[in-house]
Write a protein that binds this ligand. Structure first.
Ligand code: DOR
Ligand code: ZN
Length: 344
């Protein structure tokens, strides 16, 4: 296949940041996706429906002329989130979900939930109203090895949570292990997962062999090749539990190439091409449309898009860097490398 036309895709997990960053991040994402779930880990976090609607208005100011982009908003779950906020999410035109970061798990997660048993009253409401709970699925205990944190979350947090709330609608975000893929497969249709381009295309050798490559560093961290292979298998299987979420997470070059570098890969400008490459390498390009354009919308109960995009098999070189903020730059995922697909 040298060309493929699919319904316009959506990104069910993206970070746009705020303020001056939006000038870079919003056009990049809006040129690729019709809709995106905009993550709430700002400083301070987006905690209420009112704050989410104000954030959405700031995003909308940066959508380029002639492009239709519909940011879907998410609240940030804290120990203080009120159970009453859930009905407000359900009633909101723009807010679709709530995101739980275990406190300390990743970028700007200090206000996250310290102990899931403290927020059962909110989770009860999520189950009642069928509002999706989006999860950063890693335990944060100091003594747990970084490569084991997702698996430990499944065993110690998620399995008991689903036993207590069997009808909970949830997305395990950016899964990175065969364990997470199998866990999701074993649950009912209310439990889904997003998968990033970096976890389909790369594994920890790409990040660590021959020198540390900080632009591959994200959380949850890249795992070994056997996990990558399982993620490719489920993403390209046609199972609607698995759908597209880039986790595109901008950090300036200086913040990444640093003695204490930030976690996050910036994939927004060519995300769909990166996914096309991963699906093509697996010989499953015909499964891209379901993953990228059908299953997420169906899960969230939103209509599928109606416009289409076309991708052609043509080499393109990913730029070395883009302008970002004032006098900064941002290095995209796979910068300077050649990929074989291009969105026309
Ligand atoms: O790598 C990551 N970057 N993982 C996350 O969970 C958060 C994100 C960010 O906001 O930078
Ligand atoms: Zn994220």
């Amino acid at each position: 296949m040298n060309s493929i036309t699919i319904l316009q895709p959506d990104d069910w997990h993206a970070h746009l940041r705020d303020g001056a960053a939006l000038k870079r991040t919003v056009p990049d994402l809006a040129r690729q996706f019709a809709r995106a779930i905009c993550m709430p880990n700002l400083v301070p976090p987006v905690k209420t429906v009112a704050e989410a609607e104000a954030y959405r208005a700031r995003i909308m100011q940066h959508v380029p002329e002639g492009i239709a982009f519909d940011p879907r908003m998410v609240l940030y779950f804290t120990d203080q989130t009120s159970p009453d906020e859930v009905a407000k999410i359900k009633a909101s035109e723009f807010v679709n979900a709530i995101k739980l970061y275990p406190a300390g798990a990743t970028t700007n997660s200090d206000n996250g939930v310290s102990d899931i048993s403290k927020v059962y009253a909110v989770i009860e409401q999520l189950e009642e109203h069928q509002v999706p709970l989006l999860l950063h699925g890693e335990v944060t205990h100091q003594h747990v090895d970084i490569f084991d944190r997702e698996k430990r979350f499944l065993d110690e947090v998620l399995a008991p949570l689903l036993q207590r709330f069997p009808k909970l609608k949830m997305v395990l975000e950016h899964i990175t292990t065969a364990d997470a893929a199998e866990f999701v497969l074993a649950q009912n249709e209310r439990v889904a997962a997003t998968i990033t381009p970096q976890h389909l295309l790369f594994n920890r050798n790409h990040m660590l062999v021959g020198g540390v490559k900080p632009h591959f560093y994200c959380l949850p961290i890249l795992k070994r090749q056997s996990h990558q292979e399982k993620l490719i298998e489920v993403a390209t299987s046609g199972n609607p539990k698995f759908f597209l979420g880039t986790d595109s997470a901008p950090h300036s070059k200086n913040a990444k190439e640093n003695a204490c570098g930030c976690a996050g890969c910036y994939s927004a400008p060519m995300a769909i091409e990166l996914y096309a490459q991963a699906f093509d390498q697996a010989g499953k390009l015909d499964r891209l449309e379901g993953f990228a354009s059908h299953f997420g919308a169906d899960f969230y109960g939103l209509p599928r898009n109606t416009q289409t995009i076309t991708l052609v098999k043509e080499d393109q070189q990913i730029p070395d860097a883009y302008d970002y903020l004032e006098n900064e730059s941002i290095i995209p995922l796979y910068a300077g490398q050649t990929i074989h697909w291009r969105k026309v």
